[in-house]
Structure formats: structure tokens, C-alpha cells
Design a protein around this ligand. Sequence first.
Ligand code: B12
Length: 212
Amino acid sequence: MEEKVLLSIANLVEKGDVKKVRESVELALRKGFSAEEILNKGFMVGMNRVGEKFRNGKIFIPEVLISARSMQAGIDLLEPHFSIESVKTRKKLLIGTVEGDLHDLGKNIVSIVFKGAGFEVVDLGINVSWQKFLEEAEKHKPDVIGLSSLLTTTMVSMKNIVKKLKDEGLESLVIVGGAPVSEEFAVEIGADLFGSSAMDGLEKVKRALELV
Ligand code: B12
């Protein structure tokens, strides 16, 4: 029963009602639900339903965009609620969605979760080429580089970017994620880590950097 508010967030994301999504997120936070619960049991449930309807041809791109906009509005409200941890050494994450791919909600969540854990985050946005990743990595010298891909077609870009970064001999850890990406794929393309979610990615990075 107490989870009703999370179910209603899922329904509102599905409908794409920005105003009501914001109101319900605020209500859920007041009721004591964590940002992680709101994300996983609210937003993700709603967005997966949207993905399913889209795949079955029941809705089209404009509806998906409307839902995505309402979810982003909710994510913005969650940002201050991802716990701020004081990490002794301030580490840096460089992140972007790979070339050819315009999906950014997952990447945005990864960014705020890492910020919440005390990382400095440089977000390169969407559709980021290997040249841009390389140029920015040389400029910022990040401890970690995060790549996001939501399309099976852009997993090829991901593979190419990892290769270029590794060929260049950069010392940054490379972590990959996104719905079609798997642990096996990460190993196959030579990435150092795979995150099935923003939280999973954070845990793995913290362990690799010996922050825990
Ligand atoms: C929203 C959406 C869109 C929106 C994106 C808006 C935006 N601002 O992002 C719009 C309408 C633009 C869109 C467009 C398209 N889309 Co789309 N889209 C989706 C949808 C419904 C949701 C994706 C999403 O945001 N999920 C919520 C986020 C939070 O989840 P997530 O990204 O998976 O992220 C989590 C983890 O994966 C992980 N993660 C993600 N990245 C990273 C990175 C790192 C480093 C780490 C550690 C973790 C991590 O952490 C996150 C949470 O903790 C999915 C269906 C689905 N269920 O995934 C389809 C989907 C991805 N889209 C699809 C398709 C086909 C398209 C289009 C090609 C459609 C078309 N014909 O034009 C275009 C492609 C445009 C392009 N070039 O990119 C297909 C892909 C099929 C495939 N296997 O390739 C899907 C699966 C829909 C479907 N069922 O068919 N889409």
C-alpha cells in the first residue's frame, strides 16, 4: 500500500505528465522513499512500459519523448537526494552517450549518482565521437571514463571508442553501460568495467579505485 505513490510515479511517467510527476516525486520524498526506490520502482517501471508499447507499435516517438521529458523532470528533483559522501581524494568521471545515440536519461542518472558520491563529473552529452572522448580525456585526465549506449547499432561505436582510448594508452578506467550492454560485451570490447545500473557502476568503480 505504501508503494502506491511509486506505482503512481510509474503511471505518470508513462502518461508523460511533467507537473504530476514532479508533485508525486516530492510526495514520495516527503513520505521517506529514497531516491533509489523512486528511480527503480517508479521511473524505470514506467519507462520500461513505454519501451514495451513502443516496440509493439502502440505508441510512437512523440509519446516516448513526452515520457522521457517527464522522467528527466523527476530526475532533476532527485539529484540533491543521492547521498553526498565525502571521498578523501576527489576523483573525476568523464561521461557521454556514444556516437549515433541520442538516449541520455541513463547517462544523466549515472552522472548524478557519481556526483552524489563526491566525484567531479564532466558530461560530454550525447552522440559523442571517439575523437571528442579522446580530446576531452587528454584535457581532463579523468580517473574514470563512462560510456553509455542504448541501441544495439551504437554498441559498435562503443567498441570503437574503447579501442581508441586503450590504443592511446590512457590510464583512465573505462566503464560501459546501457540497456543492451552486458558484462560479456564489456569484456569482449576490452572495457575495464560494466555497470548494470548507475549504482552498480558506482560500486564497481569505487572498488576498482580502492575507495571502499
Ligand atoms: C526514452 C527512449 C527514447 C527517447 C530518448 C530520450 C532521451 N532523452 O533519452 C527517444 C524518443 C529520443 C528515442 C529514440 C530512439 N529510440 Co529509444 N527508447 C527509449 C526507451 C523507451 C527508454 C530508454 C530510457 O531512457 N530508459 C531509462 C534509463 C534510465 O535507463 P537506461 O538508459 O537503461 O540506464 C540505466 C542502465 O542501463 C544504466 N546505464 C545506462 N548508461 C550507463 C552508462 C554507464 C557508464 C553505467 C555504469 C550505467 C549505465 O544505468 C541506468 C539506470 O541506473 C527505450 C526502451 C527501454 N526500456 O530501454 C527505447 C529504445 C532504447 N529505443 C529504441 C529505438 C529503436 C529508438 C530509435 C531508433 C527509434 C526510431 N525509429 O527512431 C531512436 C534512436 C535515436 C538515436 N539515434 O539514439 C529501442 C532500441 C532497440 C535496440 N535494441 O537497439 C528501445 C529498446 C525501444 C524498443 N523496445 O524497441 N528513444
